[in-house]
Ligand binder design. Structure first.
Ligand SMILES: [Cu+2]
Length: 166
């Protein structure tokens, strides 16, 4: 997937690691030791954009999301709409359960329109207001086919896609 932000994070971490307060005057090498995966805790990030200015245009920029199974990942959801009536979230759910999850979330506005006890929900983001990016991390489920929706009222019938883990 998109490795650039991860690389930047690593570079940033290296840059902060061994520098003294002297800043520009510090010409010493940052570190001679190689960085190994075991020394850095990190998750891969999947970037998703919610688009559209109204109910007929609204959509995710991805129809399919593929990630490794049983692995911690981070989702970054950006809401690019400029219409304030278009908040969105992203909810990863069991296949075929979009309507049940959406209906069940209607009475849970304070939980981003997701029933916290819904067994069909794998993980979900907060609501992203227009122009906002929200992040959340979760451990992906075992290898299989799932789906993702926006559970904002009236959106799940259109804003949905397939979620594969392998
Ligand atoms: Cu939505």
């Amino acid at each position: 997937m998109n490795k650039l932000p991860l690389l930047l994070i690593i570079i940033f971490a290296l840059g902060c690691g061994n520098n003294s307060q002297s800043g520009f005057e510090n010409e010493e090498p940052i570190s001679s030791a190689p960085i190994t995966n075991s020394e850095i805790i990190m998750t891969d990030t999947v970037f998703i954009v919610a688009l559209g200015e109204n109910m007929s245009e609204m959509r995710f920029n991805k129809k399919v999301i593929r990630v490794p199974s049983e692995k911690n990942i981070t989702i970054a959801l950006t809401n690019e709409s400029t219409d304030a009536t278009m908040p969105h979230n992203i909810v990863f759910i069991e296949k075929g359960q979009a309507n049940d999850v959406g209906q069940g979330g209607l009475s849970h506005k304070n939980n981003a329109y997701v029933d916290p006890n819904d067994e069909n929900v794998i993980a979900h983001s907060p609501l992203a207001q227009i122009g906002e990016t929200v992040y959340f991390s979760f451990k992906t489920p075992k290898s299989g086919e799932y789906m993702f929706i926006c559970s904002y009222p009236g959106h799940w019938g259109i804003m949905k896609g397939t979620f594969f883990t392998k």
